[in-house]
Write a protein that binds this ligand. Structure first.
Ligand SMILES: Nc1ncnc2c1ncn2[C@@H]1O[C@H](COP(=O)(O)OP(=O)(O)OP(=O)(O)O)[C@@H](O)[C@H]1O
Length: 364
């Protein structure tokens, strides 16, 4: 495991009041993952990654990177550790304006005493080559474009060959074509075995990575909610996060019952549920097993009418669900036609399955 945050809380104390920007974050990022962190402005994205890099310290909780609890490192140790193990990239590049591009890339090696001075120079050239900037090596940062400066910043972040790259809105100030090419560089780093964590506002870029983490109001949106509703935008996911109600069921417990009025849909976030077709007299027939990342209860909300099936928590373990009421469900469907279409498709399949198994009245 590459990065692990456990119960991380960050409270900023200002003159007038205290503001809790992170509210108990649990998060694990594996070695070699390409992770996008997205969220509305002010949701806590930068604060979150500043915890991972040790640029800022949590008020409570632990941050473990490659097995080291970085919250326990002293300032000097932390700077050395970071310099060797992490490459950091910011939105506004932050190249030193009085040094050439080559010198900028050599700087982290100088700081951490990595490689011999001669090696540093040739390594810096090689890194600039990797990002197509070698021909500009002796220019000053002000002489090149923003996209080029970001390429150099990426080369600089790789100076000490760190296994982890953390980037805070690296494409935020670039046009979309340049952003795409910078994104391509990150993808290549991941192919070469690096772990990359990238904050982005750009939904399209976020869709291209293996894993998205949505920060909403200082918390992380449950990843199974994301899996269940992959086409919602950040605003809707943030809204959903605020209104979803967490529910727990014991093994075997009934969650919804066929024939009853339905006023909620459910997303499974832990465990499995079994779906049964009602067959009098009380001999329900098992139709399907659903697991984390799937939803149920949507048919009654989408099509009206009573529940079409009974759903129980699996006998083999407890179940955690996120419930959304009619109103939130309506907002979700209304916000994304793709989600609506996909749900329609799921419902059609489910009703066909029920009808195929001989239940009456399910071929609506
Ligand atoms: N040093 C600080 N002192 C007080 N409040 C802070 C401090 N840093 C951040 N905050 C507050 O914490 C919240 C989260 O900030 P953060 O910068 O992490 O958000 P963000 O999601 O990265 O936003 P953006 O996308 O706009 O950069 C904000 O409401 C911000 O005002």
């Amino acid at each position: 495991m590459s990065i692990r945050l456990h119960q991380v809380i960050k409270t900023f104390q200002t003159a007038e009041h205290a503001y809790t920007a992170l509210k108990g974050i649990d998060l694990s990022i594996e070695t070699g993952e390409f992770v996008a962190i997205i969220g509305k402005s002010g949701s806590g994205k930068s604060t979150l990654i500043n915890m991972m890099t040790g640029i800022d310290t949590p008020t409570s909780g632990t941050v473990t990177v490659e097995g080291i609890d970085i919250t326990r490192l002293r300032r000097g140790q932390l700077a050395q550790w970071r310099g060797r193990r992490m490459g950091i990239i910011f939105q506004f590049f932050q190249l030193l304006p009085t040094l050439t591009l080559l010198e900028n890339v050599m700087l982290p090696m100088d700081f951490c005493g990595m490689f011999t001075p001669k090696e540093r120079r040739s390594r810096a050239y090689a890194l600039l080559e990797q990002v197509d900037m070698a021909e500009h090596a002796h220019k000053m940062p002000a002489m090149i474009s923003g996209g080029q400066q970001q390429r150099v910043a990426i080369a600089r972040s790789l100076a000490n060959d760190p296994p982890i790259i953390v980037a805070d809105e690296p494409t935020g100030s670039l046009d979309s074509k340049t952003a795409d090419s910078i994104f391509g560089l990150f993808a290549r780093l991941v192919e070469n075995g690096k772990t990359v964590v990238m904050v982005t506002h750009d939904n399209d870029l976020a869709k291209k990575v293996q894993r998205s983490i949505i920060v909403a109001d200082g918390e992380i949106v449950n990843e199974y909610v994301l899996q269940a509703l992959p086409n919602l935008d950040v605003d809707m996911l943030t809204h959903l996060h605020a209104v979803l109600q967490r529910l727990n069921y014991a093994p075997g417990e009934v969650i919804v019952r066929a024939g009853e009025e339905g006023d909620k849909a459910y997303i499974i976030t832990k465990g499995k549920v079994n779906v049964y077709m009602p067959r009098p007299p009380g001999e329900d027939v098992h139709v399907a097993t659903l697991e984390a990342g799937q939803y149920f209860g949507e048919i009654a909300l989408m099509r009206g009418g009573p529940r079409t099936a009974t759903v129980r928590a699996s006998e083999h373990g407890a179940v955690e669900l996120m419930a959304l009421g009619k109103e939130a469900f309506g907002a979700v469907i209304g916000s994304s036609s793709l989600t609506r279409q996909e749900m329609d498709q799921v419902i059609r399949q489910r009703l066909e399955e029920l009808s195929r198994m001989g239940a009456e009245g399910y071929d609506r």
